[in-house]
Each structure stands twice: as C-alpha cells, then as structure tokens.
Write a protein that binds this ligand. Structure first.
Ligand code: XIL
Length: 299
C-alpha cells in the first residue's frame, strides 16, 4: 500500500510517530501525520513534569489535545511514560520516605491511567530503569528509596488501573543482544513472566547512530518475544537516516512475529530532538527522504 501506516497494517502491524501538541496546528505536519501514521506517542505531554507538576495537581490538557486528535483520525495511542527518572519534578525526586514515595508513585500511575482508560493501546509503565553498561537498575529516586521491587509494584498498579491496556517496559541501548544492559532487562522480563508479574511488551527505543542497528537486533527482538511478550520499536531515529540502516531496522521487526509495530521519534528532521543529525523520514519541508522509500519497501 501507499503509506507507512497502511503498509504496516498489511502485516497486522502499526506504524507510529511521536507527536508534539504544539505542532498540531501546523498543517504540513498534521497532513503528513494523518496520511502516514496510525499510532501516536506524545513526545513530552504525558511525562510527570507536565501531568503532575505539584503533588495531586494533575494537568492533562496538552496530552488530551493529542488523544483527541488521534480519536478524530482513527489513530491509536501509546502512553509515554508513567515512571521515569527524567522530566520528573523536583517534588518527587526529593522524597525520602518510602511510604510517601510508594503512595505518590501508585497515585500517579492510577490517576493518569484512569484519565485515559480505554483510550491507550499500550503504556510505557516504566522507562529507562536500567543503568548503562550494567545489568542493574539505575540509581534514581525510585530505586534508592523503594528498592528493587518498585518496577514490579508499578506494573501491578498499572494492571489494576486499566486492565485493557498493554503494559510495556521501555529502554534504550538494549538492542544489542550481548550488552549487559540488554541481559539485565531480559532477566527482569523472564523473572516477571515466571512469577506472574503483569508485563505484556518491551519497547526498544532504537536511537541509532550512523552505524544503524546492531547486527544482533533481530536476535534480541526474537529472544525477548520468546519470553511471551510483544516487542515494539518505540522511538526510532538514525543519525543521517541512511536508507540501508532504516531498511535493516524495519526488516528486523518484520522477521519477528511478535514485533507488533514501529514508531519513529518525530515526523520531519526539524521536529526531531536530534535535528542536527537529520535522523527522520521527512525533511524540514515535509518531503519524503530516501529513507522513507526504503522503509515503505521493507514493510
Ligand atoms: C525526548 C523528547 O524528544 C524531547 O523533546 C525532550 O526534550 C526530552 O525527551 N527517551 C525517551 C523520550 O523515552 O521520552 C525522550 O524524548 C528521548 C529519549
């Protein structure tokens, strides 16, 4: 078919993009969005610093704009993200009492998921919890105050809040099978599945450099899928957007039955958080780049 979304749908997958609420009024942007993409991730609007800037004061206005746009255009939503060390307000990162932090975390998850109940295909319940270069959790406030069990607690709370949403763990630098961080996340997922902790999917951010995906990427996706979870490419961008690198990334997903979809982290290069690397599928004018054609062919 002729668009990323319809081509992905031909194999039962989706093709998504990150969206910024502030760009929806740009008609070049929204025209490409609604023509090409059938899944949307809010780039920043569902993060803690926006949704609960002070304790118990929730602000869903910016994310609602995106969710309403998606509903009006037949697009599904990935919720991003509930528990993350970054874009976390100071009032949370300065909590030192475990009972307080547990109740704050559970209330944040429950309130945000309740607000969007039934409208989110998959939630990134916990984002980037593992430390680079190790198989261990990052030493953020959740780990330091609540200990190892906080990820399990977050997933159990999320399942209770919206049983119809898929619950994902999302991270970067877990694409190369032999990396210690990949092994750490794999061991966590295997442990969760063996003990019945609710987890449905693993998101591989896939922020690649000019070398593109690691050679083992398909192996990594297949090995996680074999644990009984869906796998998704959740924040794809590739420095310089080589068509070969994009095609190899898409093929890795297409070759794994439980790789259910691909999301690129923005529409035009000028929309990208890595704009100086020109990493996306459309140029600043909204023209398709060679990587676009490579992706469409690979889907
Ligand atoms: C980035 C956004 O693209 C930027 O606009 C923001 O300034 C910082 O966050 N991992 C994630 C995403 O999970 O939420 C991040 O998004 C990129 C890295």
């Amino acid at each position: 078919s002729g668009t990323l979304g319809t081509a992905a749908a031909d194999s039962g997958r989706y093709f998504g993009t990150a969206v910024a609420a502030g760009r929806l009024g740009d008609s070049t942007y929204s025209t490409i969005l609604d023509r090409e993409f059938n899944m949307i991730t809010p780039e920043n609007e569902m993060k803690w610093d926006t949704t609960e800037p002070s304790r118990g004061n929730f602000n869903f206005g910016p994310a609602d704009q995106i969710v309403n746009h998606a509903a009006a255009h037949g697009q599904r939503m990935r919720g991003h993200t509930l528990v993350w060390h970054s874009q976390l307000p100071g009032w949370v990162s300065s909590i030192t009492d475990p009972n307080t932090l547990r109740s704050v975390m559970d209330n944040h998850i429950t309130t945000e998921m309740n607000h969007y109940k039934g409208r989110i295909y998959a939630w990134d319940v916990v984002n980037e919890a593992f430390a680079d270069g190790t198989g261990r959790h990052r030493g953020d406030v959740f780990q330091n105050v609540l200990g190892n069990g906080y990820i399990e607690e977050a997933f159990r709370t999320a399942r209770a809040a919206d049983p119809s949403a898929k619950l994902c763990y999302n991270d970067y630098n877990i694409e190369n099978w032999s990396d210690a961080k990949t092994q750490g996340v794999y061991n966590m997922v295997r442990d969760f599945k063996s003990r019945g902790v609710p987890i449905d999917c693993v998101g591989f951010q896939s922020h690649f450099g000019t070398g593109g995906p690691p050679a083992s990427f398909q192996t990594t996706l297949a090995n996680f899928a074999a644990l009984g979870v869906d796998v998704q490419i959740t924040e794809l961008d590739i420095a310089q957007a080589s068509p070969t690198n994009y095609a190899n990334t898409v093929r890795a997903c297409m070759n794994v039955a439980r790789c259910t979809g691909i999301t690129v982290w923005g529409i035009r290069d000028s929309d990208s958080w890595r704009s100086q690397d020109s990493p996306l599928l459309f140029d600043a004018y909204g023209n398709k780049k060679p990587a676009y054609d490579a992706v469409l062919t690979a889907l």
